[in-house]
Design a protein around this ligand. Structure first.
Ligand code: ZN
Ligand code: ZN
Ligand code: ZN
Length: 300
């Protein structure tokens, strides 16, 4: 390396020094001629015509051009959305070296938080806003309560002690305690697993139940409802006493009692569908008994 240095500056090792006198054009011209005498052996045929005074503007413009080309603004225009000169003593991003190790202030274009980071940590390291990436929690910006109030609502304040949903982000990888909105029990789960899209917000037991209910629903809907498999049973279904439940909603294996209308007397009676189907008679108890008694006679 060859350096042109003013006389009287501290010594620098490991390079060739060409000394110049301070603010002396003649000395500068001599130094440049000397510089070219060093490098002409490397393919430059002869010493070019140099007049420092005449070419000063050109040298300065070249210096600024090179600075501009390698600036933050030229090399990483995509980062300028986060750069505001007013936060940096009005320093233009064209005057910041793209890989500088100096810190500058940034303002996130998404969450508007301001932070300080070394230029190269963004241009080389690829780091961004800590709030947006979830590394830093800012209440009212990226905390769980703000971002996912539906999940924060399940927070078990008692078991999580002093920690609140305002202290963690949606991407938090730790286990915390939650209160199941279905059974009221407390259960432990990784926060991130609850904030993922499609995650079921209930305890494991209720999740299993829900999965079972879903499976049953799919089974019934795929041609296994009472209406599909046992239409004669469905005909005796009580129209009002079973609430919202209809013969197309359950299978014949349904294990809770249902209201039916007796086909003999028209009275209402209660029975599990499977029992009704097994008996093959859609009659109430007393009519069943009557039928049983009259059976020998009816055979005659
Ligand atoms: Zn941000
Ligand atoms: Zn539950
Ligand atoms: Zn009856």
């Amino acid at each position: 390396m060859i350096r042109i240095r003013e006389e009287g500056l501290p010594k620098v090792n490991d390079c060739i020094i060409i000394p110049v006198k301070k603010q002396n054009i003649q000395s500068m011209n001599e130094a440049l001629t000397k510089l070219f005498s060093y490098i002409t052996s490397d393919g430059i045929p002869e010493t070019p015509d140099i007049d420092f005074e005449r070419d000063l503007q050109f040298f300065i413009s070249q210096k600024y051009l090179s600075k501009k080309i390698n600036s933050l603004a030229s090399r990483f225009p995509e980062l300028l959305v986060d750069y505001d000169p007013s936060l940096n003593d009005n320093l233009s991003p064209y005057n910041i070296a793209a890989f500088s190790n100096n810190p500058v202030n940034w303002r996130c274009n998404i969450c508007h938080s301001i932070w300080s980071a070394i230029v190269s940590s963004r241009t080389l390291g690829g780091n961004g806003c800590a709030v947006c990436s979830g590394h830093r929690v800012v209440s009212g910006k990226n905390d769980l309560e703000y971002k996912r109030p539906d999940v924060a609502k399940l927070w078990d304040y008692e078991k999580n002690k002093s920690l609140t949903p305002r202290d963690i982000t949606c991407g938090n990888p730790d286990k915390h305690w939650w209160k199941c909105p279905f059974c009221g029990e407390s259960w432990e789960a990784v926060t991130y697993s609850l904030t993922r899209p499609g995650s079921s917000l209930r305890c494991e037991k209720c999740s299993k139940k829900y999965a079972g209910a879903n499976r049953r629903k799919n089974y019934v809907e795929s041609g296994h409802s009472i209406e599909d498999t046992h239409p004669w049973v469905a005909k005796q279904w009580h129209p009002t006493k079973n609430g919202e439940l209809k013969p197309r909603d359950i299978s014949i294996g349904y294990d809770k009692p249902i209201y039916w209308i007796c086909c003999d007397c028209g009275e209402t009676f209660e029975s599990i569908p499977y029992v009704v189907k097994k008996k093959k008679s859609m009659t109430c108890k007393s009519c069943s008994t009557k039928r049983a008694h009259s059976r020998p006679n009816s055979k005659l």
